[in-house]
Design a protein around this ligand. Structure first.
Ligand code: ZN
Length: 426
């Protein structure tokens, strides 16, 4: 019989993701890939246990980013002109995207993010990376892969040049029958969840956030088919009506962004248990760019400065409204290649904190709550016996100031399933 390694993290304070304060006076015992138990520091430990001294540091669950795009990286799609970008995206090898996703995956673990939800990347690039990491070939975060499905002219289709064939043609689905087939194709590819859009956006020249994309009948078919394969469904949605409301009524599990929520839909989300993953980071960065955003926006939107201000103000208001209505609110950056967010995933936590959330509640969005949104609450998200040993050790206390998580030099050790993937303790 193979003897499992036993490891004791000794002397630090523990944020377990459940309690509202860090636990002091405990050591954490790990066995193989799982958390065995918390021991009082006075309790004896097995004789052959290996120890790591984490005195003066914080041990907490690995962080989770519930919305990013691993395969999009500035180094792979440097062109800003939309036509050039489209051609590049059409001609780039999926294997190149997979390599870009690997590079960003390494940025995740160096930043203390041990699990991520990929909300759309080209082809099978992130499926390949997920499987390579799960097989132990490569280091990287746990990845949940989203398979996008869009209506013709939906958010994932609208900006594609009409003269070019669509690489995503298989997943452009209109009407109940096409939608059911597209979901089945995605299930066959072994995605972890379905990602759709029930509104357009503000981020291209012509897109409008109130465009509906799917009728409610189409959405019901989409959720019904996804759930038949145990696939959760998450929707990009901006306006309260029709997009968020229709998504919630049709049984979508999670709303991404939720920029323009209103009282009626947050109540509905709360009643139905629909979760929300805001993406404050990407909106704030564009807003902060001011006039410069005209040059950095890939689509050169003429009124981007005004739109960014409106979007940023409304997004903050919507998140507060959702929290007040007891909607389950997670956290995600929407990191792509465009705004330097890969590697700075903890910025989202600073922005949630700026909205008035207590630091411990902010930390829970990126641990316990995100694990629930991802459907992985039995496995990760808190430090409890039997859960996977996904842990980070920080030289400093994020319950005093969550911004410490943006300082990579303070993230001393990162462990995924008991495997140490970053170690600056020695
Ligand atoms: Zn996104």
């Amino acid at each position: 019989m193979v003897k499992l390694s036993v490891l004791l993290l000794e002397g630090g304070k523990i944020i377990n993701g459940v309690d509202d304060y860090p636990l002091d006076g405990y050591n954490l015992l790990l066995k193989g890939c799982t958390i065995e138990k918390l021991l009082k520091s006075s309790e004896s430990v097995p004789a052959d246990v290996e120890k790591i001294d984490v005195s003066g540091m914080i041990v907490m669950p690995g962080l989770i980013d519930a919305h990013l795009h691993l395969a999009f990286s500035a180094s792979i799609s440097p062109e800003l002109n939309p036509i050039r970008r489209a051609i590049n995206r059409f001609t780039a090898l999926h294997s190149s995207y997979a390599l870009g996703a690997y590079v960003n995956g390494m940025k995740c673990i160096e930043s203390g993010f041990t699990t991520v939800r990929d909300c759309g990347s080209p082809g099978d690039s992130v499926i390949a990376l997920r499987d390579a990491i799960n097989s132990g070939w490569l280091n990287g975060p746990r990845i949940l892969v989203g398979g996008t499905i869009t209506s013709t002219m939906g958010h994932f289709d609208e900006n594609w040049p009409v003269t070019l064939p669509r690489p995503h043609a298989k997943y452009v689905a209109d009407g109940v029958d096409q939608i059911r087939k597209a979901v089945r194709e995605r299930a066959r590819e072994q995605v972890d969840f379905v990602k759709t859009s029930t509104s357009d956006s503000w981020s291209t020249t012509r897109s409008r956030s109130w465009w509906r994309c799917y009728t409610i009948e189409e959405l019901k078919a989409l959720t019904d088919e996804a759930h038949a394969f145990d696939l959760p469904i998450s929707s990009h949605a901006y306006d309260a009506v029709p997009s968020v409301k229709n998504a919630v009524l049709a049984g979508v599990d999670n709303i991404d962004h939720g920029i323009y929520l209103n009282e009626e839909v947050v109540e509905l989300m709360s009643e139905r248990g629909t979760t929300l993953v805001p993406t404050l980071s990407v909106i704030k960065i564009i807003y902060l760019q001011g006039e410069k955003a005209r040059d950095t926006n890939p689509y050169r939107i003429p009124d981007i400065v005004c739109k960014a201000k409106k979007t940023w103000e409304s997004h903050q208001k919507s998140v507060k409204m959702a929290l007040k209505a007891s909607v389950k609110v997670g956290s995600g950056t929407d990191a792509t290649g465009n705004y330097g967010l890969h590697g700075n995933y903890a910025y989202e936590l600073e922005l949630l904190s700026d909205l008035g959330m207590k630091p411990m509640d902010v930390l829970k969005t990126a641990t316990k709550v995100n694990s629930e949104i991802l459907g992985l609450e039995d496995k990760i998200g808190t430090i409890e016996p039997g859960k996977a040993a996904d842990l980070i050790i920080i030289d400093g206390d994020p319950t005093q100031d969550v911004r410490i998580l943006q300082e990579k030099s303070k993230i001393k050790l990162v462990m995924i399933g008991g495997k140490i993937v970053v170690n600056k303790i020695g």
